[in-house]
Design a protein around this ligand. Structure first.
Ligand code: GDP
Ligand code: MG
Length: 297
């Protein structure tokens, strides 16, 4: 965890704007049942650096997710507060017919757009609450082969409405080579099916260090993630969050082991403001215009 820098170190212009407006970020996790979504949500909130409250239950106490539910916690770093909300969704693999599995998810995303639109149309717009989903983590089963038809269908239905960020679930079950090959395959499948995942913009104005750092994060997509809320002993005698195996320990916060740290940095630091702006200016705006057209306005 040594080199961890949090959202308090956002590029200055974003930082100032966010301090003024108050940090509030909402992410959603989507994917088949049993892929570790709820565990990853917990892992996101449980980063030990942060003061936290209302953290989710540890893995063994946590029931299977049966409804769409949100978890909110205020996290703080260097005196800067962020209200992070993660919307956890039930896995769709439990149903015999998955054809419409995307529907409740899309409805939820659009209902949040509707709620925002309704507020915008009010005479008094002083206190708008933005509950729109700023990023959707789509969990891909670590098969090592290709995306499944159900993945394509889900992402195809969602990509015009939300910033999609695919992640490879339970990456500790694949070797490094398998992860690398699977990533390439996922990206080519997505391109083939014309699914637009979140594309981070290139900034000209920022310093070279920031550009390099952002590029390094973006290059990791689809992030290979490992979730755990258990502390285990590492081979060199440290204690770390991870998963223990007979052959060794996979550490959640070790960048040589998985991309969890990069994913977290993207969400709460490097791309937080941009994910929000893209949601507001592109995704929501498109939805709003389609809605007005449909209403004949
Ligand atoms: P969800 O249905 O997607 O919310 O999945 P859960 O978070 O409930 O996890 C399902 C099972 O997978 C539990 O037994 C977890 O302990 C396990 N699990 C969660 N994350 C990981 C991971 O990164 N790697 C491995 N190997 N197992 C995981
Ligand atoms: Mg769950």
């Amino acid at each position: 965890l040594g080199g961890f820098v949090g959202f308090a170190n956002l590029p200055n212009q974003y930082h100032r704007r966010s301090v003024r407006k108050g940090f509030h970020f909402t992410a959603m996790v989507v994917g088949e049942s049993g892929l570790g979504k709820s565990t990853l949500v917990n892992t996101l909130f449980n980063t030990s650096l942060y003061a936290k409250k209302d953290v989710p239950l540890p893995e063994h106490d946590r029931p299977q997710t049966v409804a769409i539910e949100s978890i909110t916690a205020d996290i703080e770093e260097n005196g800067v507060r962020l209200r992070l909300t993660v919307v956890d969704t039930p896995g769709y693999g439990d149903f015999i017919n998955n054809d419409q599995g995307w529907k409740p998810i899309l409805d939820n995303i659009e209902a949040r757009f509707d709620a925002f639109l309704e507020q915008e149309n009010r005479v008094n717009r002083q206190k708008t609450i933005d509950n729109r989903i700023h990023a959707c983590l789509y969990f891909v089963e670590p098969t090592g082969h290709s995306l499944k038809p159900v993945d394509i269908e889900f992402m195809r239905r969602l990509h015009q409405r939300v910033n999609l960020i695919p992640v490879i679930a339970k990456a500790d079950t694949l070797t490094d080579d398998e992860v690398a090959q699977f990533k390439a395959r996922i990206l080519s499948d997505l391109a083939h099916h014309r699914i637009d995942i979140y594309q981070a913009p290139q900034y000209d104005l920022e310093d070279e260090e920031t550009i390099a750092e952002n590029e390094e994060i973006v290059r990791k997509i689809p992030f290979a993630v490992v979730g755990s809320d258990t502390v285990v002993a590492t081979s060199d005698g440290r204690q770390a969050r991870g998963r223990a195996y007979p052959w060794g320990t996979v550490e959640v916060d070790n960048e040589d082991h998985c991309d969890f740290v990069k994913l977290r940095q993207m969400l709460v630091r490097t791309h937080m403001e941009e994910l929000k702006e893209h949601t507001a200016d592109v995704l929501y705006e498109k939805y709003r215009q389609e809605k007005l057209l449909a209403m004949g306005v």
